[in-house]
Design a protein around this ligand. Structure first.
Ligand code: SF4
Ligand code: SF4
Length: 630
């Protein structure tokens, strides 16, 4: 009887403590200003949970060896669920009634116990002996405690199952050791990163499909100027910051961090977690404010972000570092005038003034280009509006892409036109945190679309595609226009059957623009188009959704400090090194900004011979000379 009372009290105390700490950590969920946990597409979400939790696909893909060791431990937890139920049943039924386990499940669990031991000892060796930089300098004591508890659980299971005679005295002592380790988990898990054992499946269920999404400001909240204080955290933010398993994958894949910048997406999440638990108020501030404990995240770190989404792509927990946190925090700082970055202020001033683009280039340049190239003006009758964007309006390479699109669209027999006048869609302003400037600019563009009866937009700029197809749809006046928006590689893929192409073999590589691959999920269409023109695409180390940023995103093209020398060099140089490693002399891309960055890196490397071309240029070059409009 005493055994049962002790077991009952210990179990109730452990469960109560566990629930108390978990409810404290997630307490803000109920009071959060924004209930933004997505419940759309539930079958797909459940499938993702099955793949990423049950099959551990993402964990294994990102770090195969550590991932497999983690998977052994994880699968062991599932295998041991039944064992644990039986374990407590023995305790409450009376240990004297226990008998040796001769079932087949006993053998199955014993095999898993051995596998879990291999997994946890391997992970411990990596964490405490190898200590890869990515795990951080701080040695987690709780990780050591949890690893020790798992070892005790497995060894005591094997001892009770095989070596000790039930219900002898030694078997009973071993039973209590196993019980103590099981209940000990309830005291350690909720206070540590191991809470991900509970929150992981939930966080993965709510994983976003595409990266770097910026939320709309709350219409019913006049005080919503972006993320400023911990009280501004949404439900998804609270879930995110409590789910982090501190694996460091996000930092490992962050281009800004790789080149030696101080931005570390893992630290941003953890600092937000620490600040939330400590009852902090302001989230972001100057380095001095962070030092003094008046803020938790440094402004300088936030403005190094390229919004490339690599961190979100690799995070095994589906944490949204970028649009939901970094860019929202930038928005909060800008709205309060608490930024200290001259390049940023300069970009805003340039965009605020006519002609309203981040380069400050006169509209005349675009007008003359449109007239010289005889680009048809959109009159509401044509099927497609070709949106040039700033890149294809003002940059000489971008203009060549526009010329190529003209040839292709005419050759495919598509009706199309360009707006007589375009202002910037506001992308750099929104990514840099100036929501009001973005609203002002986007309103002009939406009015132009409405008054021109635009129904379909194609653009060679994935930043603009993303703005129109996602950010702009947060505005009802745009959403109700019902405009279809595609990137030019998507349209080119659709138009292939209508094009009389002469394929010619060319070995090249493809640089996937972040906002196309991760920000839109488009990786196959540009490759299909390249295959259709006879290209042999040699993939770089980072490609597809695992692409590596060119260094221009997140408004860095305009706000980065060109004079700053980082220990790891520059992001575009790192990317160009991958181009060189493939050993090709042509790199295709599908964004007007990537060529600016890649050509700069090629020049610095003395590799002016490497051609950086847009997919549309390659397609246009395979069209017959006499092609209409060519
Ligand atoms: S978006 Fe890119 S640059 Fe920004 S934190 Fe994530 S990985 Fe780093
Ligand atoms: S945010 Fe995600 S990827 Fe980064 S350390 Fe945490 S769990 Fe790992």
């Amino acid at each position: 009887m005493l055994t049962r009372i002790v077991l009952l009290l210990a179990t109730v105390a452990g469960v109560a403590y566990f629930l108390k700490i978990v409810s404290t950590r997630l307490g803000g969920l109920r009071a959060a200003k924004e209930r933004n946990l997505p419940f759309d597409n539930i079958p797909k979400r459940l499938w993702v949970v099955f793949c990423e939790v049950m099959l551990q696909t993402r964990v294994v893909r990102e770090r195969p060896l550590a991932g497999i060791l983690h998977a052994l431990v994880m699968w062991g937890f599932f295998a041991f669920a039944w064992v644990s139920i039986q374990h407590f049943r023995h305790g409450f039924a009376g240990l004297d009634h226990a008998a040796p386990d001769a079932s087949l499940y006993g053998w199955f669990a014993a095999l898993w116990a051995a596998a879990v031991l291999v997994g946890i000892l391997g992970l411990s060796y990596r964490r405490f002996v190898v200590r890869p930089k990515t795990l951080g300098e701080h040695v987690s004591k709780t990780s050591g405690v949890v690893a020790a508890l798992i070892v005790v659980l497995m060894v005591s299971y094997l001892a009770g199952w095989s070596w000790l005679d039930a219900p002898g005295a030694a078997w009973k002592v071993n039973w209590w050791v196993h019980t103590a380790a099981l209940l000990g988990m309830l005291w350690v898990i909720p206070r540590s990163k191991h809470l991900h054992l509970v929150l992981g499946p939930v966080a993965i269920f709510f994983r976003a499909d595409i990266t770097s999404s910026v939320r709309a400001l709350r219409e019913d909240d006049d005080d919503d100027f972006g993320m400023l204080a911990f009280s501004d955290l949404s439900q998804k933010d609270i879930l995110d910051v409590n789910s982090c398993v501190e694996c460091g994958r996000c930092a490992d894949n962050c281009p800004a961090n790789i080149v030696g910048g101080t931005l570390n997406p893992k630290e941003i999440v953890l600092q937000m977690q620490r600040g939330l638990l400590a009852g902090g108020e302001a989230i972001a501030g100057t380095a001095g404010e962070v030092e003094a404990g008046r803020a938790w995240v440094s402004e300088a770190d936030l403005f190094q972000c390229l919004s490339c989404g690599a961190c979100e792509q690799v995070c095994p927990l589906g944490i949204e570092h970028v649009g939901m946190k970094i860019l929202d925090l930038r928005r909060g700082l800008v709205s309060e005038g608490r930024t200290h970055n001259d390049n940023l202020t300069g970009m805003f001033t340039t965009m605020e003034r006519s002609p309203h683009n981040a380069w400050g280039i006169s509209q005349d340049i675009r007008r003359k280009f449109v007239e010289a190239e005889e680009l048809p003006v959109f009159d509401g009758e044509q099927e497609w509006l070709l949106w040039l964007g700033c890149g294809c309006s003002y940059d000489p390479h971008g203009q060549r892409v526009a010329r190529s699109m003209k040839r292709i669209l005419n050759a495919a027999g598509v009706s199309w036109g360009v707006l007589k006048r375009e202002t910037c869609c506001g992308e750099p302003a929104r990514r840099a945190g100036n929501e009001y400037l973005y609203m002002e600019l986007s309103q002009k563009v939406v009015e132009a679309f409405g008054s021109s009866s635009v129904k379909k937009i194609v653009t060679a700029d994935p930043h603009c595609t993303r703005m129109f197809d996602l950010d702009y749809r947060q505005d009802e006046s745009f959403a109700e226009l019902g405009i279809e928006v595609v990137h030019h590689t998507e349209l080119l893929d659709r138009l292939l059957p209508a094009l009389d192409l002469t394929p010619s073999l060319e070995r090249l590589t493809l640089h996937d623009p972040c906002y196309l691959a991760r920000g839109r999920g488009v990786t196959e269409q540009p490759r299909a188009v390249l295959r259709a023109i006879g290209a042999d695409v040699a993939e770089m180390k980072h490609h597809g959704k695992q692409t590596f940023c060119c260094g221009a995103g997140g408004a860095q093209l305009y706000i980065a400090d060109d004079k700053e020398e980082l220990p790891g060099g520059r992001v575009n140089h790192k990317r160009f090194a991958e181009v060189e490693a493939v050993g090709v002399d042509t790199v295709a891309t599908a964004c007007p900004y990537c060529p600016i960055m890649l050509k700069d890196a090629a020049n610095q490397a003395g590799r002016e011979d490497v051609k950086v071309v847009d997919v549309a240029e390659l397609v246009a070059a395979r069209l017959p000379e006499e092609s209409p409009g060519g």
